[in-house]
Ligand binder design. Structure first.
Ligand code: MN
Length: 234
């Protein structure tokens, strides 16, 4: 079953006001690629958007607790609307009041592959694939829990296969140890702060300064604050 060029991204376009959000409008691309991306999205509820390129769009799932390297962790992955390929490089702040309001970073990206037919697997509700990303590697499963769908949403599980990239205690370690964008080195907090700062009136204190006043001394171990504000500047 092939979607027409206009309908594949209809839901994506309907949900967004492109005069307000800087997310890409995007079009359906005629290409057979194998891109995967995981975007950390600090929306009202923090989640990780897991996306696999197929048929010129990004098939997407929202993983509330984020991916885990432990095969024992079965992470709920709620299927979301197909996104345009251009979305794979999107980092930024979606304004208050808009769909998905909050900050987005490219938490991981790379290539994905499968030995089977991905269309059949998707239709069957069981994708088996390998990831070659910066943070995520090795074999994974995405399994549709039919009968557990709620409110028109498909509930899937993202599960790490027990291979050389699996770890027994993969729980939250990866997410906490490697919170930064593989594209820009920023955190979702950096993105939130930097874009507020760009819009400030001349002479007004920066978002970083205001944040410091509110909650002083919140240095990150990996990077001094001064470097963060350099990275935040455009
Ligand atoms: Mn999201």
């Amino acid at each position: 079953v092939r979607m027409s060029r206009s309908s594949a991204l209809r839901e994506y376009h309907q949900k967004r006001n492109f005069t307000r959000t800087k997310e890409p409008r995007g079009v359906l691309k005629r290409r057979t690629g194998d891109l995967f991306v995981v975007q950390k999205h600090a929306a009202r509820r923090l989640h990780y958007d897991f996306r696999l390129e197929l048929d010129g769009v990004l098939k997407s799932w929202a993983v509330t607790r984020g991916p885990s390297l432990s095969p024992a962790d079965k992470r709920l992955a709620v299927r979301t609307e197909d996104h345009p390929l251009d979305y794979a490089v999107f980092e930024g702040k979606i304004p208050e009041g808009e769909y998905g309001a909050g900050s987005v970073i490219v938490w991981d990206r790379g290539r994905w592959s499968t030995e089977g037919d991905p269309h059949q697997q998707l239709a069957k509700g069981h994708l088996e694939f390998e990831l070659d990303g910066t943070k995520l590697k090795g074999r994974w499963h995405l399994v549709h829990m039919r009968g557990r769908d709620k409110g028109g949403k498909e509930n899937w599980l993202l599960i790490k296969v027990d291979d050389e990239y699996a770890t027994a205690d993969g729980g939250t370690g990866l997410l906490e140890d490697e919170p930064r964008s593989v594209k820009t080195g920023r955190t979702v907090e950096d993105v939130a702060g930097s874009e507020v700062r760009i819009r400030r009136k001349p002479g007004a204190p920066s978002a970083a300064k205001r944040a410091e006043r509110k909650s002083p001394a919140k240095p990150t171990a990996a990077q001094p604050r001064a470097e963060i504000s350099v990275k935040g500047a455009k």
